[in-house]
Design a protein around this ligand. Structure first.
Ligand SMILES: [Zn+2]
Length: 219
């Protein structure tokens, strides 16, 4: 069987619809052709979120978003406690809850809020960078998990003769849950900033055309 990705042409592996390379990417990024959003790519959007925060320090939104994070952490603790006391629980939801709690132990909430806001903002400006909703959600989970070293392991690189840092992946269904929870909680921030920027752009455009029009009428 040939890989289901158009023009790939390689053979599928096992029962997968994809060749090994596309299979890995599908598992890791939620789509066989999605590549990971890098820290560098996200930088301008993150800067935009941070500027907005600095300009609006007195706005209650930041506290409200942090409270939302605390609620999410709390509900994960409750879920885990239920599971530990023998209640039926989904294996993936248990793992996703542990991920959230681990993030809470190692990362400041504001950093998580900013990264999720930045990714949503990035998607608004460059929708084609994300090949599906699922691929987007995966990127949210990846970039947030990358905020802490806990999710990085080391492996010995024989060719370079030294230890190499590698990102420790979580199962796709766990990544999807984590990404979904984070996007639901903080995605609105990115949408709101995008709306503001669009409006500003529109006003500038209007001013430019007004000037053009006025220039034409000069005599
Ligand atoms: Zn392929």
């Amino acid at each position: 069987m040939l890989c289901s990705v158009p023009l790939c042409g390689r053979r599928t592996s096992g029962w997968s619809r994809y060749c090994p390379a596309h299979k890995t990417r599908h598992r890791r990024h939620g789509h066989p052709c999605q590549t990971g959003v890098t820290k560098l790519e996200l930088r301008p959007f993150l800067d935009r979120v941070v500027t907005t925060r600095e300009k609006n320090l007195r706005n209650p939104v930041w506290t409200l978003l942090e409270e939302r994070w605390a609620d999410l952490v709390e509900s994960c603790h409750t879920y885990l406690a239920g599971y530990l006391s023998g209640r039926t629980a989904s294996r993936h939801q248990v793992a996703a809850s542990q991920e959230i709690i681990s993030l809470n132990d190692h990362v400041a909430p504001v950093e998580i809020i900013d990264v999720v806001g930045a990714l949503v903002l990035m998607r608004q400006w460059d929708p084609r960078r994300f090949l599906s909703d699922r691929a987007f959600i995966h990127q949210v989970a990846r970039r947030v998990r990358a905020l802490t070293d806990v999710n990085v392991g080391t492996t010995y690189d024989h060719r370079a003769g030294r230890l190499k840092r590698v990102y420790r992946d979580i199962p796709p269904r766990v990544a999807l849950l984590v990404g979904q929870w984070l996007t639901e909680a903080f995605g609105g921030l990115g949408l709101w900033i995008h709306g503001m920027d669009r409006e500003r752009e529109r006003q500038q455009q209007e001013r430019r055309s007004a000037i053009q029009q006025a220039l034409k009428e000069l005599r």
